[in-house]
Design a protein around this ligand. Sequence first.
Ligand code: FMN
Length: 203
Amino acid sequence: MDTLEAIRTRRAIRAYDPDHRISDAELRTLLAAARMAPSAFNVQHCRFVVVKDPALRRELRKVAWDQSHVTDASVLVVLCADRDAWKEDPARYFNGAPDAVRQQMAEMITRYYEGREWVQQDETMRSCGLAAQTLMLAATAMGYQSCPMDGFDFEAVGKLINLPPNHVVAMFVVIGKGTQEAAPRVGKLPDSEVILTDRFPSR
Ligand SMILES: Cc1cc2nc3c(=O)[nH]c(=O)nc-3n(C[C@H](O)[C@H](O)[C@H](O)COP(=O)(O)O)c2cc1C
């Protein structure tokens, strides 16, 4: 499947075959693809919590409006992010590059993030959003269906997965064998409303 076809055919699917198993090899392929997603300064804020324990999946479903895909999809990934990733030995994000580059990039990372709490927070969501879409497109290319989700109690989810301090939960992505066709796409806004050239019209 080419990339544009994967983009066009990916849909949010909400009913899954609970008996379908995604193999460990397939899961590794999916996660390896997600890990190719870009992140600012290569800081890789995203942490992928793959929930394999069925009892924990049931607990998560309870705090996610009882949405059946939380337990029925073959894979549930809770995408989290480390808000402090920028200050955890930032030179390591350029390991393999010459030492001068590693040092220069570490200094740039510190200058960019230090004291800018909103950037620290926003970057976690940018990184997780890109990783989530990459994960879902990889799933589509592999013949699976998926759904991004944030219909859950973030605090309760954090407690259930033992979220470390200074980490945030961004969203769930479920992946599996869908048992329902997607409904036709509805409600897409006109291009004229969402695509602009150069700038917004002056008010
Ligand atoms: C951040 C985010 C959170 C979402 N949360 C849920 C959710 O909790 N449950 C659900 O069934 N769908 C959820 N969706 C799916 C959207 O409803 C769906 O993507 C949207 O209606 C467009 O449909 P499409 O993805 O098939 O194009 C979420 C999507 C995003 C991007």
